[in-house]
Design a protein around this ligand. Structure first.
Ligand code: NAP
Length: 280
């Protein structure tokens, strides 16, 4: 397996978020710990987990087994919406840290909006996790433009990102613009469309011209826009592939051709915690 070079970061409201992270949804047990350990040994410096993934212990095991210094690793976790009442959020954050066996995370996110608990209650509690030293940075996930606008008005600490589904098949330009306007990073989840990008003819053709795989073209398309990507793989050999994105560049024409893959049916994760989620 080829070792990867240094991964650039994106600056967002005081945070430096490595442009590539390892997604860990559905990775559990020894497989999860091994992939996290190997990713860090290879040069990944950003790991994405969540209390809902039921793998924070395994992620923590992988972090420790890697031997990489804690202060060189950017660990994100997310609080599930059923824990958005202030006391529940604080308890859930302590539970995440206990499972990870860390004294703080680098980024703590609200996983999905919860329309049943006002943001005016949840955001102060989230900000307190930062001021109490349990999270170095805070942010949101699956927030629409309207929710981003509401959140930044309430928050007394900077929100550093919105983590949203983002890949060439889904037009997320409005959310990306809202993030930029507030100095927030966009973190792309499902950045290779759950693996679907690997069979895409356009991405494959562009990849052949650069001696890269379709998955690499898909990820490069995002990082070239300074969008953070968190691809998941359970296969050690794909860790290097998914991080080898900084030795080539896509032309403006190639970027436009990839952007044209967006379509109204492109969303994969269409789910809401409670009530209906209106994306626009
Ligand atoms: N905030 C949220 O609500 C939210 C929602 C969804 C996901 N996420 C986060 O985002 C991460 C990534 O999203 P995701 O897991 O949904 O999807 P993804 O990263 O787009 O795709 C993962 C799938 O792609 C395959 N794959 C990985 N690298 C590949 C490559 N180079 N070539 C071909 N196939 C490849 C993997 O299979 P193999 O294992 O066989 O390689 C896996 O089936 C998650 O793991 C999670 O951390 C967050």
């Amino acid at each position: 397996m080829t070792s990867i070079g240094p991964i650039p970061s994106v600056a967002a409201s005081g945070a430096n978020i490595p442009l590539i992270g390892l997604g860990t949804w559905e990775l559990r047990g020894r497989t999860c710990a091994r992939v996290v350990e190997q990713a860090l040994r290879l040069g990944y410096r950003h790991i994405d987990t969540a209390e809902m993934y039921d793998n924070e212990r395994d992620v923590g095991d992988g972090v420790r087994a890697s031997g990489v210094k804690r202060n060189e690793i950017f660990v994100t976790t997310k609080i599930w919406p059923s824990h958005f009442a202030p006391r529940a959020l604080e308890r859930a954050t302590h539970d995440c840290l206990m499972r990870l066996r860390l004294s703080e995370v680098d980024l703590l996110l609200l996983h999905w909006p919860n329309p049943q608990i006002p943001l005016s209650e949840t955001l102060p509690a989230l900000c307190k996790m930062k001021t109490d030293g349990l999270a170095r940075n805070i942010g949101v996930s699956n927030f629409t433009v309207a929710l981003i606008e509401e959140a930044v008005q309430i928050a007394t600490e900077p929100l550093v990102c919105d983590q949203v589904e983002c890949h060439p098949y889904l037009d997320q330009s409005k959310v990306i613009a809202a993030c930029r306007a507030h100095g927030m990073a966009t973190v792309a989840y499902s950045p290779i469309a759950r693996g679907n990008a690997k069979n895409d003819a356009v991405l494959g053709r562009i990849g052949a011209a650069h001696e890269k795989s379709a998955a690499q073209i898909c990820l490069r398309y995002l990082v070239q826009q300074e969008i953070v990507v968190i691809p998941r793989t359970s296969k050690l050999e794909r860790l290097s592939e998914n991080a080898a994105l900084f030795d080539f560049a896509l032309s403006d024409e190639e970027m436009a051709e990839i952007a044209a893959l967006a379509n109204p049916e492109g969303r994969i994760v269409d789910w809401s915690y409670s009530g209906s989620m209106k994306w626009d």
